[in-house]
Design a protein around this ligand. Structure first.
Ligand code: GNR
Ligand code: NI
Length: 171
């Protein structure tokens, strides 16, 4: 197992669409293990494969609080098949946009269909924090980030800040 480096904006692959997983090979199983290790090390409550530069439709999550038992959840080829009309605001952050947090309004409840690591198909109704995380992670698979839901002013400001950081690191 390995902790893999997490990419930050403006890395281009964070804006690309990830490809569906065909066969669940050993390579995919190692990817899932590495993603859990990377997520728990960060620490974060979710991670999408593009955040470590792998353009496959794989996400991992753990919505458990610090005092609770871990609840690891891995989804391959997740598809959101239903969203509630009712919306809810959660404060979001992203490991690819470190130390930046803003409120985002999203559907309160979602239903997601996905494959587990054994290739078994599941349907799960998600509420609360898990619903937010699932929607945030599935967005990553489509090159979308939570800052895309903010005002242009806020989004441009945070993008500029990270562009400067990247330039400084490259020089
Ligand atoms: O660790 C994370 N916390 C979080 C908080 C609110 C809404 C979404 C998230 S996901 C984030 C980890 C991450 O960047 N996943 O892609
Ligand atoms: Ni994120």
């Amino acid at each position: 197992m390995a902790i893999r480096p997490i990419l930050h904006i403006p890395t281009p692959c964070l804006r690309e669409v990830a490809k569906p997983v065909g066969e669940i090979t050993d390579e995919i199983k190692v990817l899932v293990k590495d993603m859990f290790e990377t997520m728990y090390d960060a620490p974060g409550v979710g991670l999408a494969a593009p955040q470590i530069g792998v353009m496959h439709r794989v996400i991992v999550m753990d919505p458990a609080g610090e005092e609770e038992e871990p609840r690891p959840l891995a989804m391959i080829n997740p598809e959101i098949i239903w969203l509630s009309a009712e919306l809810r605001v959660h404060q979001e952050g992203c490991l690819s946009i470190p130390e930046y947090y803003e409120d985002v309004e999203r559907p309160d409840v979602c239903k997601v269909e996905f494959l587990d690591e054994q290739g078994e198909s599941h349907e799960l109704t998600c509420e609360g924090l898990l619903s937010t995380i699932v929607q945030h992670e599935v967005d990553h698979l489509d090159g979308k980030l939570f800052i895309d839901y903010l005002s242009r002013l806020k989004r441009d400001r945070v993008i500029k800040k990270f562009q400067k950081i990247a330039k400084r690191a490259a020089s």
